[in-house]
Design a protein around this ligand. Structure first.
Ligand SMILES: Cc1ncc(COP(=O)(O)O)c(C=O)c1O
Length: 392
């Protein structure tokens, strides 16, 4: 019940145990095409270029940024938590001229603040996190696409922590590129990074296409300024997933089975229903925590549905509480990073763990652990409030 990874859905684990096939087996190419179609529904996009990057979520981020950034390109990164710093770090390593704006952790940017920075800095790319797991807040993105469009800026966003648990509309919001992971609301293991690119982003990436020697044919592109990573070269990876089936990496077959099953389950449930499930159980958790007298961290009007930050009460040993929850109840919750380490717990209700029984059990266990450490609360207050919420 932490900020992710969480327990995988058993159906995803079962899918991963299927026999391997190579990436040119017709069964496998059919799975790849199906997976692309499923992720179009998950990202809510018609983008043809919707596929998987092999690796954890940051592999998706690196593929997106290294494939779009040419050394010297100006990139704007609004930072409101740890993962904004990660975008800055990756963009810098790609050789970008990175500009940042920062908000205090626990708050997010207004669209006007982002627009003012864009008009001042005139970046080629705006790279912004949607849900920053470190602070548990979600940056509203719905107005940023129009701002980027007006200013000729490519909009990239990291939806690793938010996708499927919070509303996200890639096409309707005018997002050019989004990347994710499986280990949060998608209910899978880490190790595959779904990505979707708009036609504009594909054009940008393909302008630097360089087919590698050894598989290059007459007439294939050779760029004077190729993408600085071979593994994350989206121009080649797009041709690997596309009708050309250009030879690139050996597909991580078991991870593809996992990613396909994660998306299949979400599409079967319906994306709106999945978001509503996360809202329901996230709100039940918050209701129970508040009834126990715990303070929530950050601007609650923009809290992610799937994870909540809780201020560790004065005089309570936060790591001791986490250890007792794990040892006595088998329940994991998280702390946070940087300025919030040891100050905030992060409690998740996501993916396979966004359920009534997990919420009630976690609240009951936390009550016991806190009472035994001298935190004053009314017995049963958290579980009772959550049950009242569910039953209303
Ligand atoms: C918002 C966000 N971005 C990126 C990452 C990095 O993901 P990974 O550890 O899968 O590479 C995480 C991980 O928690 C995250 O929450």
């Amino acid at each position: 019940m932490g900020p992710g990874p969480i327990n995988a859905d058993p159906r995803v684990l079962r899918a991963m145990s299927a026999q391997l096939v190579g990436q040119y087996d017709p069964a496998m190419t059919a799975y790849m095409n199906e997976t692309m179609a499923l992720y179009r529904a998950v990202f809510r996009t018609d983008n043809e270029a919707t596929l998987l990057i092999d690796g954890t979520s940051r592999a998706g981020i690196e593929a997106a940024l290294v494939s779009m950034i040419e050394p010297g390109d100006r990139v704007l990164v609004p930072i409101f938590g740890r993962f904004g710093h990660l975008l800055r770090e990756i963009a810098e390593r790609c050789g970008a001229d990175v500009h940042v704006i920062e908000r205090e952790w626990g708050t997010v940017f207004t669209p006007a603040e982002v627009e003012a920075a864009i008009t001042g800095i005139r970046p080629k790319i705006l790279a912004i996190v949607h849900g920053d797991t470190s602070t548990t807040l979600a940056q509203p993105l719905d107005e940023l696409g129009a701002i980027c469009e007006r200013n000729g800026v490519i909009l990239y966003t990291d939806v690793t922590a938010s996708l499927a648990g919070n509303a996200f509309e890639l096409d309707a919001w005018g997002v050019d590129v989004a990347t994710a992971g499986l280990q949060k609301c998608l209910a899978g293991p880490s190790g595959s990074a779904p990505i979707s690119l708009s036609a504009k982003a594909v054009e940008l990436v393909n302008s630097r296409k360089s087919v590698e020697a050894g598989i290059r044919s007459e007439g294939d592109a050779v760029s004077a300024s190729p993408i600085r990573s071979n593994y994350f070269d989206l121009s080649q990876i797009l041709d690997y997933w596309g009708p050309k089936r250009l030879n690139h990496h050996t597909e991580a077959t078991s991870m593809l089975y996992a990613a396909r099953e994660c998306a299949r389950l979400l599409v079967q449930e319906g994306m709106d229903n999945a978001v509503e499930r996360h809202r329901l159980h996230g709100t039940a958790m918050v209701t129970g925590l508040s009834a126990m007298g715990l303070e929530l961290f950050g601007d609650q009007s923009v809290r992610m549905n799937n994870v909540v930050g809780v201020e560790i009460p004065a005089g309570i040993d936060g790591d001791g509480v986490r250890a007792a929850l794990l040892q006595d109840f088998g329940i994991e919750i998280g702390t946070s990073f940087g300025p919030l380490h040891g100050r905030v717990w992060r409690i998740g209700t996501m993916g396979y763990n966004a359920r009534r029984d997990t919420v009630l059990t976690t609240l009951a266990a936390l009550e016991q652990v806190l009472r035994r450490r001298g935190f004053s609360l009314t017995a049963g207050s958290g579980v009772g409030a959550a049950l009242d919420f569910y039953n209303d």
